[in-house]
Design a protein around this ligand. Structure first.
Ligand code: GLY
Length: 375
């Protein structure tokens, strides 16, 4: 079977790595890929925003042709006046969200009515572009968890859990990033919680989709808040998470291409996904300055010497070949993953690996998993 993976991050390198082990694979392309995917697949330099070029390539190469939910209470308000009326009967803290694309910035956590009014004024006055409405939502306290399933439109299988670390600084401080690291499985998951997530969140969602005569096929990522072993849905993403994907795939003990094939052919019900009974951790090595300004095109001298092994995995994210050198071109540059019997030994092994890399422009969080390791 021929496969093309679209994207150029660590998640995509992890997918290419695990699909490459499949007996069913005949050829694999990465569009556009990075220096790491270039070592194990054929990188195709296409502009991802040009769907016609993507379609033409995939068609020419004949790739994969076959291929009452608990959440925060909320209200959508269409004017400042509506919003102020709703605020007068609300409990605090609460969350005010601009209903525009604001790269995560249009979200306010308001401790009192004055803060909420400021947020609403700023949003309707155009701080994030034209806004016709705001979402005012109960503030959910608890711990976040990423929960994954794979669905073929008829049945589904769970696809493990993970805990990611979004903040740039140790102790979960500082600015939000795309993800500084993750561990899997989440320490929050247990049978009782999993049953609640499936019965109250996942299954009602899939049922609602099928009642609309639609099918959900692929990975579904539920971003959850867990409080007192009760799950609340924060958001759905119709993809694997990054860096959760890099963290979870090394735990899969089945052929990933067979799983995807079973998904595309509506055969998941009878397909048993096997898992390694191990812990996994991923730490992202980033360019100094990220998530703000950072220098690009700096050589990572001995990166080619690092190869994935049975327990250690190296997934490129922001790298590029430049002549016979590999240079860093992104904020998150390399994902180091280790699987072992404990989060602590995985963290130690990853830090050991990172220290062998000859790249002075990088930094990483050395406390990934601190809530489970250092408590
Ligand atoms: N790890 C968060 C995300 O992929 O959106």
């Amino acid at each position: 079977m021929k496969i093309a993976i679209i994207g150029s991050g660590g998640r995509e390198h992890a997918l290419v790595h695990h699909l490459s082990n499949s007996k069913k694979l005949t050829k694999i392309y990465s569009i556009p890929g990075n220096a790491g995917t270039g070592e194990i697949s054929l990188n195709i330099d296409l502009n991802l925003e040009n769907f016609q070029d993507l379609y033409d390539f995939i068609y020419k190469e004949q790739i994969c042709e076959k291929f009452n939910i608990p959440t925060a209470k909320f209200k959508i308000c269409k004017s400042k006046e509506d919003s102020f009326v709703f605020l007068s009967s609300s409990n605090f803290p609460l969350v005010v969200k601009a209903d525009v694309l604001a790269a995560g910035k249009g979200v306010y956590i308001c401790q009192n009515i004055d803060e909420a009014k400021t947020a609403i004024n700023e949003i309707f006055d155009g701080k994030f572009g034209k806004a016709d409405q705001v979402l005012i939502e109960e503030f959910l306290e608890g711990d976040e968890m990423s929960f994954f399933i794979i669905s073929d439109g008829i049945s589904y299988k769970t696809f493990n859990t993970a805990q990611d670390h979004k903040r740039v600084g140790e102790g979960d401080t500082g600015k939000n990033t795309g993800g500084m690291g993750a561990y899997s499985p989440s320490s929050l998951i247990n049978n009782d919680l999993e049953n609640k997530i499936l019965n109250r969140i996942i299954e009602p969602t899939l049922k609602a989709i099928s009642e609309m005569n639609e099918k959900y096929v692929g990975f579904l990522y539920a971003g959850l808040m867990i409080k007192n072993n009760e799950p609340y849905l924060i958001e759905y993403n119709v993809r694997m998470g990054d860096p959760e994907c890099q963290t979870i795939l090394p735990l899969v003990d089945s052929d990933l291409l067979e799983i995807i094939n079973a998904c595309c052919n509506s055969k998941l019900e009878t397909y048993e996904i096997k898992w390694k009974n191990k812990k996994s951790m991923c730490i992202a090595l980033c360019s100094k300055g990220y998530p703000e300004k950072y220098n690009k095109n700096i050589e990572i001298k001995n990166l080619k010497e690092f190869k994935s092994t049975k327990d250690n995995f190296i997934f490129h994210a922001g790298t590029k070949n430049s002549g016979n050198k590999i240079v860093a071109v992104g904020g998150r540059v390399i994902n180091f993953v280790n699987i072992s019997d404990s989060y602590l030994s995985s963290r130690k092994e990853i830090i050991n690996q990172i220290k062998k890399l000859n790249w002075e422009n990088g930094f990483y969080r050395s406390d990934i998993g601190h809530k489970v390791i250092d408590k």
